[in-house]
Structures are given as C-alpha cells and as structure tokens.
Design a protein around this ligand. Structure first.
Ligand SMILES: *[C@@H]1O[C@H](CO)[C@@H](O)[C@H](O)[C@H]1NC(C)=O
Ligand SMILES: *[C@@H]1O[C@H](CO)[C@@H](O)[C@H](O)[C@H]1NC(C)=O
Ligand SMILES: [Zn+2]
Length: 590
C-alpha cells in the first residue's frame, strides 16, 4: 500500500508565470494588504466557497501531486488546481496536508501541560528544584484533594530508583501529595503522604512491580493501579481545560488530527460533549480503554461508539506488556543487563486472544500495545486468531486485515519470524520514531547487540505494511517534525546526536526517507483510522486541513532544521486554528 510517488513541491511556476504572480501580489498588496494575512471572519468560518493560493501545495494525491490553489467549502476541499488565474492572490508559504499523530494521549497531554515537567532533569536536586518552582506558582497544590502531578523522571539518569524519602528530605516539599510519572509513564513515584494512604503491608502485584529498594516510593505497571485508584480525579471542568490547552498546543506544531491511544468511557463522553465546540480544533480518533484494563466491555463500547468528521470511536486498546526502560516489556529471552528477568506480560496469551476475538466480533478495530518480542508475538497470535474468527474459511488473512486494520501499538522489539508474519498478514505497526532515539541510550544494554540489530525499532523494514507514525505524547513532545527528524536521521531531535553522543544515527539501515516519514504522519494514520482519501491529503472531497510552512521540506539543506521546524499556520476544516504570532512575512518570494 506504499509506493504512490510523491513529487516535489509545486514550486515549478515558470519564470513567466512567476512574473505575473509577483505583479498580482504587488497589485493586491497596496490597498488590500490583509489579503495575505486574512483576518476576516467570513473566511474563518467558511461562509461560501473560499479559494486559497500558495507558492506551492504538496497534496499527497497521486493524481495531482502538486498544485498552488484550492477551494474550500463546508470544511472540505472542493477543488485543487494549479495557479492559472492572475487575479488570484498568491499567499506566501508552502502548504502540506495537515499532519496527524498516530499515537498520543490527549487528556494526559493536557494534564502534562498543567503539571511539573521533569523531562531532562539531570539529578534528584534538579527534580526537587522543579517541584519547588511549581509550588511557588501553585501554592494551593499538593493537598489530599489536588495532588501535584509530574512526568519525565528517569532512574537511568540518577543512577538509582527514586524513593519517597527523596521528596521528603526537602522541607518545601515535605508532607505534600505528589504522583510523578516515569518518562515512559509505566511507573509512578509518590511522596510519603501518598504512601501513608496505603495499607501497612504493601502486597506484590502480578504484572507489576512494587519497588522496595533502595526504599518505597515507586510503583510500576499493574502496581500503579493501587496509587491511581486513590488519586483524586480532576473534575470535568478541569479536564475540559486540559483538552483545550492540549489541542491548541497540537495545532501549533502542525497537527490537525491524532489517534488517542486509550481513553476511558467517561473521558470519551467528555470528548463527545466537547467535539461540537470551538475549543475542539483537532480531529480525534480514540481507542476505547475499558474501565478495567484488558477486559471486554461491550456495554461501555455501545455507549461511546461514534463516527463523525471531528471525533470517532470504533477501536479498542489492549495491553500486552510494559515498557523497556523499567524492564517491564515481555521478552522471549531474558534481558541482557538483567538476566534474572525477561519482563512481564500484563495478560496471558489465552486471555489476550479471547479479548481480541471478542472485540473483533463486536466490530471494533483491535489495537494491542506490545513492546517486547514476546508481547509482539502474542499480539500477532491474538490478531491472527481474531481475523480467523471474523473471516471464517478465508485462506488469505491479509484480505480480511485490509478491511479490519488491526494494529500493534509501538511494535518495538519483534522477532524476525514475527516480522515475517506481520508482513504476510499486513498487520499495521504503529511506531514512534522518537521512542527509538530516546531509548537508544539504553536499548542495546537491555537487549544486547544481536537482538538490537535484528529485532529492535524497525521502520524501513516495515514500510510495506502502512506504518503509522506518532509520538506517544506526552511521553515525547508531539512535534511531528521532530518525529520526522528521528525517523530520517535516527538521531535524537532533543540533542541532535545518535547513541552515546555519536554524530552518526543509530542503526540507520532502519531510517526512512523524508517522503516516507511524512507519509507516516499523514497517509499512515489516515489508513489506520479508516480515513484514506479524507485525511492526510489535499484532494477534492477530503477534509480541508492544511499546514503552511516557510520553506519546502525536501529542499532542506540541513536536516538539523527539522528539530525546530517552524509552522506558520494550521487550518482544520477550513478554519485557521493556529497562526504564528508576529509573523511579518507578507511578501511572496518566488
Ligand atoms: C451513555 O451513558 C451515559 C452515562 O452513563 C448516559 O448519560 C448516556 O445517556 C448514555 N448514552 C447512550 C448513547 O447510551
Ligand atoms: C489466563 O488468565 C486468566 C485470567 O487471569 C485465567 O483465568 C486463566 O486461567 C489463565 N490461563 C492460563 C493458561 O494461564
Ligand atoms: Zn501510548
């Protein structure tokens, strides 16, 4: 399903035409300067058809890969065409289809934006200092009713697991309620006040870990439940503000849509209420997560199932294992740096298969979180069985899969045999390029060189099966250009370096080229959400979603520029939802 030729930007205006464009611009610029920076409401709200021309439009439509102009009506593109009429003003900027993040967490991202950012903190002292800063600006936070949240700590950096005592030793922090997520959100670090809510003797939890050394305070995977169950949930009003904040931040980096990788029925009802409002500026394709993780909850599903242009629920998220960083992902062989363990499954094989079959029969797309090679094997087993169940007697499961589009979320470490099965069936891998470049610091330690080389963080070798790219925000920043950078260079967009500070990318044989990376943030998510032909491209009948850039992506002389790539404007359904402030560009420079 790949292979559509993507041509270069539509900059090929001939010199003669370019002269006319320049004239046309000059003509309109004097009395009607604002035409280049449209601020009037009629345009924003799309009363009647509106036509926009830019220096170049990259469409991702094989029939017309480049254009300069399009017409929008009722939130859809109604015409895409070359600039052929000198009376049409050409706006400065280059257009690409609106970008999608194929795996993120909307509400959690909003919550993250309202909490303490611990990413990159280099020591416990720095963590404490950031927590103190938060308390300075939020003096009422940290009570039994409103815990202070944070995310981004990483014991790999500090050299040991954190403890409640590490918080307690600071007198500003002492006694307050903290719940801080590990960088991969698979562990919680809590303060003594939270520990005091637990029963005296904290039991071990199957599929999880209560970390007891060097002291109490960290709870991983299934063990997080006992903390999360005590956490005072934010009310709906607060959640709405989380979502609105998240959406405007997503628009800033060129995102027009996202796949929300696991939301409770309650959250989905909140989304459904918000989806009609002006605050809802990102298209959301949500995966249902049952109130009890890894169960079959058809009544809840029936209550939240829906499909509209702005919000869709018709898929479920299941979880096979935890994360690599905390040795939680389920491996076929023990970890190279901890031979005593091979991680743990969150469900056993038979339960996972039964769940996949039940959800498939219910009519849902089945999306399984799988990181380790054992988890990925069981995910393929489960999805294969589910396909057999819904397409009985069908020899070639790939036909069935082309309709049902089951996915593996993360698809990080996959045994070669299972990579073959994924190709044969066409199971869709949902991949986060920045996970590869953030994990490269320790992945090889966990996996050893051989497993890393054969199994880990595939991208190029999965190109044929419609990979969906995303960021897993708030685990990583949502900026899709950073994801593209990571996919193309296999270097960290945060540092600009490969593993261990190398100037070479990490296992670049799995790097994507720029076109394929961009398709991973457009066509991939569209197909994975049953929206091909509607999302991720600029074509008659498609959603009128686009992003205006200052410069063409593929003429980038320096890929480093992608790490901080400027977005000028983002449009969703023909409405401008983001405009870079104090943008003084108003001249066309052809
Ligand atoms: C879904 O459940 C909510 C709350 O339980 C209820 O108010 C609502 O009417 C239900 N909606 C449908 C479509 O069943
Ligand atoms: C799998 O887990 C389920 C639910 O916990 C349990 O009932 C079942 O016996 C387990 N099956 C196997 C084969 O261990
Ligand atoms: Zn996720």
């Amino acid at each position: 399903m790949t292979g559509t030729p993507i041509l270069k930007w539509g900059l090929g205006l001939s010199a003669a035409v370019a002269g006319v464009v320049a004239l046309a611009v000059v003509r309109f610029q004097q009395p009607l300067g604002p035409l280049l920076r449209p601020d009037f409401l009629a345009e924003e709200h799309g009363q009647g058809p509106q036509t926009y021309c830019y220096q170049g439009v990259r469409t991702h439509d094989a029939d017309r890969p480049v254009a300069q102009c399009f017409t929008v009506e009722d939130g859809k593109f109604t015409r895409v065409f070359p600039w052929d009429d000198a009376s049409l003003t050409v706006r400065s900027g280059l257009v690409i289809p609106g970008l999608w993040d194929g795996h993120g967490h909307l509400l959690q991202y909003g919550e993250f934006l309202h909490s303490v950012d611990l990413f990159g903190a280099s020591s416990f002292d720095e963590v404490r200092s950031r927590l103190r800063d938060y308390i300075r600006t939020h003096p009422d936070a940290g009570t039994r009713q409103e815990w202070i949240r944070g995310v981004g700590w990483d014991q790999n950096i500090y050299g040991r697991m954190p403890t409640a005592a590490d918080i307690e030793e600071d007198e500003v922090l002492r006694g307050k309620f903290f719940m801080l997520d590990r960088i991969d959100v698979h562990c919680n670090w809590v303060s003594q006040a939270v520990l005091d809510l637990l029963p005296g003797e904290v039991p071990d939890v199957p599929g999880g870990e209560v970390v007891r050394k060097p002291g109490m305070g960290v709870f991983c995977d299934n063990a997080m439940d006992m903390i999360v169950n005590m956490f005072p949930k934010p009310d709906n009003e607060r959640k709405r503000s989380f979502v609105a904040t998240a959406m405007s931040k997503l628009n800033e980096v060129g995102l027009v849509g996202m796949h929300d990788a696991g939301a409770s029925p309650e959250t989905l009802r909140l989304y459904a209420d918000m989806a009609h409002t002006d605050d809802w500026t990102v298209r959301v394709y949500s995966m249902l997560e049952c109130p009890q993780r890894n169960t079959f909850c058809p009544t809840d599903a029936a209550n939240v199932t829906q499909e509209s242009d702005m919000f869709t629920v018709k898929s479920v998220k299941l979880f096979a294992d935890g994360a690599l960083g905390s040795w939680g992902s389920a491996m076929l062989e023990p970890y190279s740096d901890r031979p005593d363990t091979s991680g743990s499954l969150l469900v056993n094989a038979s339960t996972l298969t039964e769940l996949a079959k039940s959800w498939a029969s219910f009519g849902y797309q089945v999306n399984i979180h799988a990181i380790g090679d054992l988890a990925n094997r069981l995910a393929v087993d489960a999805l294969e069985e589910a396909l057999r169940t819904v397409c009985p007697g069908q020899e070639d499961l790939s036909e069935c899969q082309a309709r049902r589009r089951f996915r593996i979320e993360h698809s990080q470490i996959i045994h070669e045999d299972d990579q073959k099965r994924i190709h044969a069936i066409g199971i869709i891998p949902s991949i986060q390029p920045t996970h590869a470049t953030s994990d490269m610091a320790y992945a090889e330690l966990r996996l050893g060189p051989e497993r890393t080389r054969r199994e880990a963080y595939r991208m190029r070798s999965l190109l044929e099966v419609n990979p969906i790219l995303g960021s897993d925000f708030p685990v990583e920043p949502p900026n899709p250009f950073q994801g593209i950078y990571a996919a193309v260079t296999r270097k960290s967009p945060h540092t600009g370096y490969g593993a261990g500070g190398s100037t070479d990318g990490w296992h670049t044989d799995e790097a994507l080229d720029l076109d394929d990376a961009l398709l991973g943030f457009t066509r991939g998510p569209a197909f994975g959400a049953f929206m091909e032909g509607k999302a991720g491209l600029i074509k008659e009948g498609a959603f009128a979603d686009w992003v205006v850039l200052d410069e063409p992506l593929e003429d980038l002389v320096d890929l480093e520029h992608l790490r901080d790539f400027p977005v000028r404007e983002t449009w969703v359904a023909g409405r401008r939802v983001y405009e870079r402030p104090s943008d003084s560009d108003s001249e066309v420079d052809l």
